[in-house]
Each structure stands twice: as structure tokens, then as C-alpha cells.
Design a protein around this ligand. Structure first.
Ligand SMILES: [Zn+2]
Ligand SMILES: [Zn+2]
Length: 351
């Protein structure tokens, strides 16, 4: 670890060969607010690989602020098909393309008990519905950028779903309202990151998160907070906060059973007046190292230590301009031809 600065400034630190860097791209709840996007986690490895786990709404705004070339992203993984986990699909696809990606997008995600609940169906239908978008762009941008390789894997098994370049990603079932959701674990170079997605406390999670370095587990706000701050009645608060999700006492129990090097709680509105109650609830069971996630929290992980900081970024960010030769030289498709009557009304004729 090179830097001992108190904040993380993008593109000022070389990631060590043995180091893992995890960035919280989105830590909030299904409705968006400026402070917290929907769910998303970036994992960068010392071997050059970069993965994003979940791509909920708003996560790509935060990703952009990190000034990482889109071309450098290795693959995207989804835990399940709730909008707060996959709502930014159009951004990881089209946004990254206009921002410099010149290879197909690689998307991994779970199957469902029916075909219509699986990742393949989701991506195919999203792509179909954006036909006007991609057909109008392929003549102007590298045509290959419109392509998506979908890798759908069985949601119901505990199995390795990605194994390349020394990186293993294991999927295991999450218990979240209905069949089809998964949690994911990444192992590389003796370091590991486990991400619950959405789940109620489960033995699947405890068994598969064992011996992990950084364990990110969901928890919604406390029942009182959901009622007083979100305006839910008691039945709704219980349904949302602990039938569909883990409440903070329950999440703390999971952390206690897993006993990670660092526990990270996310998926709640983390404010000065909610955090103390959240932490107290988690501490009912768990006394170990804990971070209450906020967007753009950065974790540098090595065998020796885990350093937690906040990223300092620009709001007026532009795409990273490294290695644009590929973009310049990539093949374009034939441009769409608009109707003559429409083209003839141009003040500066381009078509
Ligand atoms: Zn969900
Ligand atoms: Zn969620």
C-alpha cells in the first residue's frame, strides 16, 4: 500500500500487485437520493481485473467519478433482478460504450425458476426495447460496443460461476422473497470479498462467507426508522425491513457467525441521526471491525491490513481518455439513413 493519505483521490495511487480495492458505488435503498445510489460494488484487483457487483440506479454516476477507463472493466455481475440492483443496465451498456468501451459487455447473472425471471431474459428484453438507441449509434460509435455477452448461471447451486486469471467467483442462493436471488463471493490471491446482494440471514451466507476478508451484508433501517422517517405503517415496515431484508440486529448476528476481517453493512439510509441506532442494533451480536457503508467509501485490502477511506471526486467529471486508439480505429456499422423529407430540412446538411 503506497499511500497514507486520508482520502482516496482517483488515479493518484497505483494498486499494489497483491492488493484488492473495493469501492462502494451505491449503498442506499430502492428510491434514490443524492447521497446514496442504489446497490453497486466495484472490486479492483492487483492483476488488472475490475469487476462490478450489481449495477443499481445511480451507481454509474459514482463509477464515472472514479475516472476509470470503461475499457478496463472486466465483467459485471448481478445478484438479482430488482431495479435497485440492475437499474443502471442501460448505463453499463450504452454509457460505457459512448464513454470508450470497444469490446462486448460481459454480464453475469442468475437464472430463475422460470425463464422470464432469469438474467438472459432481462438483458435480451432490455436490448430489444433500446433498438432505436443502438441502431442509431452503431454507425457513429465502434459497432462492437453494442454487443453484450450474457452469462446466465444456475441460481440454486453453490458453484463457481467465473474462473479466469486467478479469479474465482462463487454464487450461492440468497433468501429474498422468491427463488432466483444469489449472493456472490470473489476469491483472488488469498483475498476475498463476499457480497450478500439482498438476503435474509441464511446458513448459505454464513457457510460461504467463512474466512472472508471483507464481508458486505445488507441491512435495512431499523423498524422505528422505517416508520418515523420513511412513513411506513408497522406492517409495511416489518415486511420491508425484516421479511424481505435483514434488519440490523439480524445482520449483526450474521457478522458474528461469519467473523470476517471487516464487516460492512449497506442498504440503509446512513445519516448522522440513523447511524448510531443502526450500529447499536448491529452490536447486539457483533463486536468485531465494522463499517457502515456510504457511497464512495474505499477499502484497500492486503494480507496485512484493511484501510477504509472516502473517495474525493469531481462532480464535473469527463471520461478517462487513456488508450483511445482502439476507439478511433474500431469498425463502424453503416449509418442509418433518415427520410429525405426530414434530412432536407437541415440548415447545415449532414445526411
Ligand atoms: Zn432485492
Ligand atoms: Zn435491494
Amino acid at each position: 500500500m503506497q499511500s497514507r493519505r486520508d482520502q482516496f483521490f482517483p488515479n493518484t495511487e497505483v494498486l499494489g500487485k497483491d492488493e484488492m480495492r473495493i469501492t462502494a458505488l451505491g449503498t442506499g435503498r430502492p428510491f434514490l437520493r443524492p447521497a446514496q445510489a442504489n446497490a453497486g460494488w466495484l472490486v479492483e484487483l492487483g492483476n488488472g481485473d475490475k469487476f462490478q457487483f450489481d449495477f443499481g440506479y445511480g451507481t454509474q454516476t459514482n463509477f464515472g467519478a472514479l475516472e476509470i477507463p470503461y475499457q478496463q472493466m472486466t465483467a459485471y455481475f448481478a445478484t438479482h433482478l430488482h431495479t435497485d440492483h440492475v437499474g443502471d443496465f442501460a448505463q453499463i451498456w450504452i454509457g460505457s460504450w459512448t464513454g470508450g468501451r470497444t469490446k462486448p459487455l460481459e454480464v453475469h447473472g442468475p437464472s430463475g425458476p422460470l425463464e422470464k425471471y432469469g438474467m438472459k431474459h432481462f438483458v435480451t428484453k432490455q436490448m430489444e426495447s433500446y433498438a432505436w438507441d443502438t441502431d442509431t449509434r452503431v454507425g457513429l460509435l465502434p459497432a462492437v460496443g453494442a454487443e453484450v455477452n450474457v452469462h446466465e448461471f444456475d441460481y440454486s447451486k453453490v458453484h463457481v460461476v467465473y474462473d479466469r486469471n486467478g479469479v474465482k467467483v462463487t454464487s450461492f442462493p440468497a433468501v429474498h422473497i422468491y427463488d432466483g436471488a444469489v449472493s456472490l463471493r470473489l476469491d483472488w490471491n488469498g483475498l476475498s470479498f463476499v457480497y450478500s446482494g439482498d438476503t435474509t440471514p441464511s446458513y448459505f451466507f454464513v457457510e460461504n462467507a467463512k474466512n472472508a476478508d471483507v464481508v458486505v451484508h445488507e441491512t435495512f433501517n431499523t423498524k422505528d426508522q422505517l416508520m418515523s422517517r420513511s412513513g411506513y405503517d408497522e406492517r409495511s415496515a416489518i415486511g420491508i425491513g425484516s421479511i424481505a431484508h435483514s434488519d440490523p440486529v439480524e445482520a449483526g448476528k450474521v457478522f458474528e457467525m461469519v467473523d470476517p476481517r471487516l464487516a460492512v453493512a449497506y442498504h440503509f439510509f446512513n445519516d448522522f441521526d440513523t447511524a448510531p441506532e443502526m450500529e447499536a442494533a448491529i452490536r447486539t451480536h457483533y463486536q468485531g471491525p465494522l463499517a457502515l457503508a456510504r457511497d464512495m467509501m474505499v477499502f484497500n485490502v492486503t494480507k496485512e491490513e484493511i484501510l477504509t477511506r472516502m473517495a474525493v471526486t469531481s462532480a464535473h467529471v469527463w471520461p478517462n481518455k487513456e488508450n483511445r486508439e482502439g476507439f478511433k480505429n474500431a469498425r463502424r456499422a453503416e449509418r442509418m439513413a433518415m427520410s429525405r423529407w426530414l434530412a432536407d430540412r437541415q440548415i447545415f446538411p449532414k445526411f
